[in-house]
Design a protein around this ligand. Structure first.
Ligand SMILES: [Zn+2]
Ligand SMILES: [Zn+2]
Length: 387
């Protein structure tokens, strides 16, 4: 299987480079979807287009049982600074999360599987839009595709993410929780504006916010068990005016909460409200909105064991690592909540210069591409063969 993937390595790189240089933001992946459909059809693989937005679904094989491979296709609002031939041609938009590689590996897996389609079941390859954004009536691509029937009849799902901190040639996987649940909160702290020289005539929401932030930042250290992962980040704060000599009317903040358990979520919601009580105590008021976004991604033990076994056979001993739980999230969680699923990390480190996800210099070692395609295709075939 790895030999077959290696033989189309340059083809998979070509797919990846084309998609990399034409990145599209979440909910705008029309051209990417059309490109995927065109490449599938060129190989004689029929597909359904426009699923859940710009999604594409292809199915290979015959039989009752269906196993799904899910890859994501969207890019991020980042301006690429890499001086590479395949650099982004869409100014201010960049494949900085490696979804170009995921889409290319999905295409690679389709080409490999199509050479000898399975007769003991069908392998459905789902090219999903909008993983990075949930702002479509609170929904992201995984949910929209599910609602549009992309996962009907499916009995197991597999996905992967390139991992720049893991050397190329290795994978990392774990059974159970692997990626955190992600929630969002929005806060408005209201005071009363005045001249900066006469604070006693107003009520300074910036000073109140400083105390609220201090209180919020003790939730992790004082209210949460040290044995249960939790992150609370206030990612943005701004006052209603921005000048040295004006006291603003209000301050807005927004943040993210990452956790693995529903009881942690309940505790954080309660404690955020508690911290906001400071605003009232100090004579101001507040508005608070908490949005539950993704549940955690949790890996099914049986499919995880199959991924490990497949990787051992393909990559050899010493190349299969136990993944650590990550505080990052992925909307694959909506699939892992509904179906037995596995999400593994694919080593993609650029030698000498590892790059971080979601940065303007992100890039991967393209040698990981055939490995990813082979892992996706082989695990799917092994699943159909075993169960
Ligand atoms: Zn991302
Ligand atoms: Zn990603």
């Amino acid at each position: 299987m790895f030999g077959e993937a290696s033989s189309i390595k340059s083809r998979i790189s070509e797919f990846r480079r084309h998609i990399h240089s034409h990145p599209e933001l979440s909910f705008q992946e029309t051209r990417t979807g059309l490109y995927v459909a065109e490449k599938l059809e060129e190989a004689g693989i029929s597909c359904r287009k426009g699923v859940g937005g710009a999604g594409v679904v292809a199915e290979i094989g015959e039989g009752d049982r269906v196993f799904a491979i899910r890859v994501d296709m969207d890019a991020l609002p980042i301006k690429e600074t890499n001086a590479v031939q395949y650099c982004s041609q869409n100014d201010g938009v960049m494949h900085a999360c490696g979804h170009d590689a995921h889409t290319a590996m999905g295409l690679g897996a389709a080409l490999i599987l199509n050479k000898t389609p399975p007769t003991n079941g069908r392998i459905r390859i789902v090219f999903q839009p909008a993983e990075e954004d949930t702002n479509h009536n609170g929904k992201s691509g995984a949910t929209l595709m599910m609602e549009d029937g992309a996962f009907e009849e499916v009995s197991g799902v597999l996905s992967l993410h390139v991992f720049p901190d893991l050397s190329c040639g290795s994978i990392a996987v774990r059974s159970g929780p692997v990626l955190a649940a992600c929630d969002k909160f929005e806060i408005v702290i209201k005071g009363r504006g005045s001249h900066g020289a006469y604070p006693e005539l107003g009520l300074d929401p910036v000073a109140i916010s400083a105390q609220v932030i201090q209180a919020i930042q003790t939730i992790v250290s004082r209210k949460n068990s040290a044995l249960e992962p939790l992150v609370i980040t206030i990612g943005g704060i701004r006052s209603s005016t921005f000048a040295p000599n004006i006291i603003s009317d209000y301050v807005e903040m927004t943040g993210t909460v990452r956790h693995f358990y529903s009881h942690t979520r309940s505790m954080v919601k309660k404690e955020l409200e508690q911290a906001l009580g400071i605003a009232t105590t100090l004579g101001g008021s507040y508005e608070f909105k908490y949005t539950e976004e993704n549940p955690p991604v949790s890996n099914d033990p049986v499919i995880t064991a199959l991924v490990e076994e497949t990787a051992l056979a393909l990559l050899g001993a010493g190349k299969v690592q136990q993944a650590e739980m990550q505080m990052g999230g992925d909307d694959f969680s909506f699939l892992s909540e509904k179906f037995p699923a596995c999400y593994f990390f694919l080593g993609a480190m650029l030698q000498n210069s590892p790059r971080k996800l979601h940065t303007e210099t992100f890039d991967i070692d393209e040698n990981c591409l055939p490995i990813g395609s082979a892992m996706l295709a082989s695990t799917a075939l092994n699943y159909l063969a075993r169960s």
